[in-house]
Design a protein around this ligand. Structure first.
Ligand SMILES: Cc1cc2nc3c(=O)[nH]c(=O)nc-3n(C[C@H](O)[C@H](O)[C@H](O)COP(=O)(O)OP(=O)(O)OC[C@H]3O[C@@H](n4cnc5c(N)ncnc54)[C@H](O)[C@@H]3O)c2cc1C
Length: 465
């Protein structure tokens, strides 16, 4: 099979000669970011998130082995107390000079109901472990995000989502939460029991206490067919609203400066298993980077070379259980901004985002991602009572990302977008109040469970005011 990699390299190679100067300039601009010392002057070890956009030197690190240990630890813990999952948020939700709290030891299945397809899970369980664990009891989460490295609690705390008409974000399927509050009290909540806490803390940014257990409404394990096809961006944008409804899960990645997009769909099937092949996305990304390095200042050539390179690429197909196909490996580190727009604003805003990048940000080579998410009723959910179309832009971790704030965020805000809590954005409490009808109610619940603001770091203070 001719891989995307080989073909892209072939296309780029046509004009590679003589371009060494441009590549050299780019290499200099893309040098490795400066690293902070592994220990600070007081001997405290560095913590960093996956992307390198948030760092801290916590005074104390704790990893309680049980909910009881967690309840003993919290009342005396040095503030700010910040729970950490797998550190995959891009925003500074986690950094603390006080107590960094890992729930890595609180993982696994507590109990399940085979008839109702529910399962109660310890909050520190990684989604990658949850897939096989649920498959073992004949269940699956209805939908999954693009990667599965997150912990369940971390994913819920930021409104982590996948894509698909009628499919809610992960927190939409939560029926019950157990939280350890900063005073060491244990709170159980659901739609019927302490509903205010349930509605506020389901997407809680780690500001309402520490989640210890989560009950999920799952569904019977199913098999899906995944298809990745390279298509014309313009044609895709015209068809998208209809197309999104024709597949169980649909999303696309616009490859800027190429006129092409990768359409990714998943549909339930009973066809025989066809395991996914080796991951090609990382190689494709680096090839897009090479095209950028060579043709950054000649967009017409960049487009022509990319189109020639992509002309013969066949669709990628895999058939397997959903938990094996919906999420991907993302070995190439990046920084990301994502906003969730009213669904009818998505295509127009996306056109403007593409136009601005192609006009004013020739250094961008990462794809622009578009997904759809069903509404839910968690007070701090970016999908609160509205079907959403998301738009996400990315930058390689070594490269500048100011353009996201200058060029892209205004478009996404203008379209009524709400930011992903875990991804880069510039909003504070005053803006968020306008976007979240129940923001004041959520703030009031937060003040009640954390009256001394022991879970607030500077970033959360900006968010909650
Ligand atoms: C490569 C990559 C791909 C991604 N893909 C997607 C995607 O497809 N869809 C999407 O929506 N997002 C995506 N994200 C964003 C990611 O899902 C979220 O940022 C998520 O919150 C990360 O989970 P985590 O376990 O790493 O949590 P962390 O980033 O460590 O923490 C996130 C928040 O959870 C809180 N928290 C952690 N544990 C607890 C607990 N026990 N109790 C209370 N609060 C807690 C933290 O305090 C913090 O506020 C992606 C991120 C990366 C880096």
């Amino acid at each position: 099979m001719s891989t995307r990699r080989k073909v892209l390299l072939g296309g780029a190679g046509l004009l590679a000669l003589g371009a060494a100067g441009l590549v050299g300039r780019r290499e200099w601009l893309s040098r490795e970011p400066d690293l902070l010392p592994p220990l600070d002057a007081a001997g405290r070890a560095l913590w960093s998130n996956w992307a390198g956009t948030a760092t801290a030197y916590p005074a104390v690190r704790a990893a309680p082995a049980s909910e009881a240990d967690l309840a003993t630890l919290l009342p005396a813990a040095k503030a700010p107390i910040r729970p950490v999952g797998s550190g995959h948020s891009f925003t500074a939700l986690v950094p603390t000079e006080g107590t960094l709290l890992s729930l890595d030891r609180l993982e696994g299945l507590v109990r399940h109901d085979a008839a109702a397809y529910t399962a109660t899970i310890r909050a520190g369980t990684r989604l990658s472990a949850l897939g096989p664990l649920l498959a073992g009891i004949g269940q699956e989460m209805p939908n999954l995000p693009d990667i599965n490295k997150q912990t369940l609690a971390g994913g819920l705390a930021t409104g982590t989502h996948g894509t698909g008409k009628g499919f809610m974000a992960l927190h939409g399927e939560v029926t019950e939460l157990r939280l350890v509050l900063p005073d060491g009290g244990i709170a159980q909540c659901s739609r019927n029991w302490r509903p205010e806490l349930f509605h506020a803390a389901r997407v809680g940014l780690g500001g309402f206490g520490v989640l210890s257990e989560v009950t999920l409404q799952n569904r019977p394990l199913s098999r899906v067919k995944k298809v990745v096809t390279l298509v014309d961006t313009e044609e895709l944008l015209r068809k998208w609203p209809a197309l999104a409804g024709q597949h169980r899960n649909a999303e696309f990645l616009v490859l800027p400066f190429t006129g092409k997009s990768a359409l990714i769909t998943h549909d339930v099937t009973t066809d025989p298993v066809r395991p996914r092949g080796p991951d090609q996305d990382a190689d494709t990304l680096m090839d897009l980077k090479r095209l950028r390095d060579l043709f950054e200042f000649t967009p017409a050539l960049r487009r022509r070379a990319a189109q020639a390179a992509m002309a013969e690429i066949p669709p990628e197909i895999a058939i397997d259980e959903g938990w094996k196909l919906l999420s991907n490996e993302r070995p190439v580190r990046f920084k990301e901004m994502e906003y969730h727009l009213p669904i009818d604003q998505q295509v127009a805003a996306l056109r403007e985002v593409i136009a601005r990048i192609e006009r004013d940000a020739p250094g961008v080579f990462f794809p622009i991602e578009a997904r759809i998410i069903a509404p839910d009723d968690a007070w701090l959910s970016p999908f609160y009572l509205r079907e959403s179309g998301s738009i996400a832009v990315h930058a390689w971790y070594k490269e500048d990302h100011d353009w996201m704030f200058k060029l892209i965020e205004p478009v996404l805000r203008e379209a009524g977008g709400r930011p992903h809590w875990g991804k880069l954005h510039s909003l504070g409490a005053a803006d968020l109040k306008q976007l979240y009808p129940m923001f004041a109610e959520a703030q009031a619940v937060r003040r009640k469970v954390d009256s001394q603001d022991r879970m607030m770091n500077p970033f959360l203070t900006r968010i909650f005011g």
